[in-house]
Design a protein around this ligand. Sequence first.
Ligand SMILES: Cc1cc2nc3c(=O)[nH]c(=O)nc-3n(C[C@H](O)[C@H](O)[C@H](O)COP(=O)(O)OP(=O)(O)OC[C@H]3O[C@@H](n4cnc5c(N)ncnc54)[C@H](O)[C@@H]3O)c2cc1C
Ligand SMILES: NC(=O)c1ccc[n+]([C@@H]2O[C@H](COP(=O)([O-])OP(=O)(O)OC[C@H]3O[C@@H](n4cnc5c(N)ncnc54)[C@H](OP(=O)(O)O)[C@@H]3O)[C@@H](O)[C@H]2O)c1
Length: 574
Amino acid sequence: MSCKSPRVCVIGAGAAGLTTIRQLQDVGITNVDCFEKERSVGGIFHYGTHKNGVYDNAVLTISNYLMAFSDMPPTGHRHHWHHSEYKAYLEEYARRFRLHQHIHFGATVLEVRGEPGQWQVKVMLVDGSVVDHIYDAVAVCSGAHQAVNQPNIPGLDTFTGQLVHSSAYKNNTPFAGKDCVVMGLGESGADIVREISEVARTTVLALRSYPFLIPRLVRPFNENPFGCPSDAFTSHLHHDLLHVQRSRYRRLKHFLQRVLFSLAALLFLLFPFLGRGREKPEKDAFNQDTSKVFLDKDTPECQSSYHLIWSWCIRSGQIGHPEHREKFACKNVTFVKHVVDGRIQTNDSGISCIDGGFVVFRDGACIKCDCLVMCTGYKDVFPFLKGNVGLTQTPLAVPEGNVRRLYKHIFHPEVGATLAFIGFVRPTTGGIPACAEMAARYFALLLSGQRRLPHNVAELTRFEHDLDTRYYRLSPDVKTLVGYKDWMDSMAELVGCEVELMRYVLRPKLFVRLCLGSLLPSQYRLRGPGQLPELSAATILSVPVAMTPMESAGESWRCWLRHLGIRPLCAGDR
Ligand SMILES: Cc1cc2nc3c(=O)[nH]c(=O)nc-3n(C[C@H](O)[C@H](O)[C@H](O)COP(=O)(O)OP(=O)(O)OC[C@H]3O[C@@H](n4cnc5c(N)ncnc54)[C@H](O)[C@@H]3O)c2cc1C
Ligand SMILES: NC(=O)c1ccc[n+]([C@@H]2O[C@H](COP(=O)([O-])OP(=O)(O)OC[C@H]3O[C@@H](n4cnc5c(N)ncnc54)[C@H](OP(=O)(O)O)[C@@H]3O)[C@@H](O)[C@H]2O)c1
């Protein structure tokens, strides 16, 4: 599409909607209307007692440098934001880039139908009136929390206790002194089961599979004696090691990258200052004293916690299996201490039925239950997409409600570039908003006529769908999952902002941090459309490499072993 000044509708003013407006502005598309049903920006992080998803004490699992957009990086101490701090960040983003002028608050999109380039959008305004608009393009940024996944357990209708979904959980007060069963262990479950177990009479955690657990703080290593966020280890080098088998990179490109990683590791080994920070932080990423060792917020390191984490990771099926297969990573281990001290009992046999006030498990255990808390996640739904499009009369709805049926989780192959789904990419480690930003950059370039969708978009979508479905088969319900580096790098190729490591060899400090340091969204602003080279370089240089020189050398060595087809054994290796 290359219409001169397309009129664009953006649905939702959460992180994804905001960055979409911003990226459209950046390519000169200013005829944008964003409809947001709430009265503020921030999406799920616009906290309210009537609003679902975020609870009082929610602290993000991803650290600020990976949660922030590349055009407004944070400065200073790397840490995990409380949900209110992230909301403040989003408000500042909207203010700084004057996004409010495009947003209509209290406006709910009821219907989107029509044809590519001629979308009819029906909106209910705050006074209840309904208006129709026509747009050239629509960006669906309605978020992944619009409908809960509530498993249909036999006998649930006979349950005499209180049934709660995690989306409605705010704090543990209502659970004091009760017998509680918490079902599911994603990041919501991990926080909620811990909080409930601190006040409940009994707490049983009902699992149907074991999570792959990654502590939010990584054990201090040699010269890095501070509680570093585990996502600081998401470097090009580290991801290359993990994802090489599924990567679609051409072999030669991969080979050259590995040569560069090895060069960077050697430079770091010889001249450690290239990757080091100026001073050692006194606080870890949860502002805890670095003289003590923590695995997570308020979670001191201890042998028994380590054993439990490791044994659950093995039971998740991700480690020690001959085939490469992944599960979403639960990056919250705050609950582990209460499994160790017995406050949380676990049952992994699966719930077979509910019988009045009892939960019956498949292993025959029958547990008295006052409160059944389902931390079972969400479904991707788009109730406002109506009708069919084109000669083939393709339904506008996302096929099977599965965003992997969309090209890069963004474009319906039959519909094309004028309808984009932004915010439906969940990287295994890394921030959803940064991925939304990258998707929005591509959408903006397509609308402004600077890029075109690949001619074989349907074929590519099928290929990636099959690949990801196979790869993430341990988490079959989470269709949004992608590998962070793989997805970002492949999008960067489409946008034209790939990180060309070779260009920076003569700037060794930047080069070392690009190869071995955290994979910051800023890396994708060094060059290409919308480039911000000074800001990006300054951000990258301000963040020290989390690995020690010896660890970097070890990882680079393991990369080569893998290149030669030898599977090295290491904690993160699958
Ligand atoms: C407790 C918690 C912690 C989290 N921590 C992290 C983290 O550390 N890292 C991470 O990457 N992700 C995290 N997430 C996931 C988080 O939801 C996403 O990163 C983020 O919200 C994505 O933004 P979004 O704009 O896509 O969706 P949302 O934030 O859900 O925003 C969607 C917006 O669309 C609006 N909307 C929906 N339908 C309509 C309609 N029909 N008409 C008008 N408006 C509509 C909604 O009101 C909402 O404002 C966390 C989630 C929770 C619940
Ligand atoms: N602190 C934070 O940053 C934070 C906090 C909360 C949420 N979040 C984010 O919010 C999003 C949603 O997280 P979430 O934890 O609500 O959902 P989620 O990640 O989708 O996890 C859902 C959990 O429910 C289990 N489950 C689903 N159906 C089940 C069934 N029928 N029986 C038993 N168990 C079942 C799943 O088990 P299987 O693995 O077996 O499928 C999984 O453990 C994610 O993006 C997450 O990162 C972040």
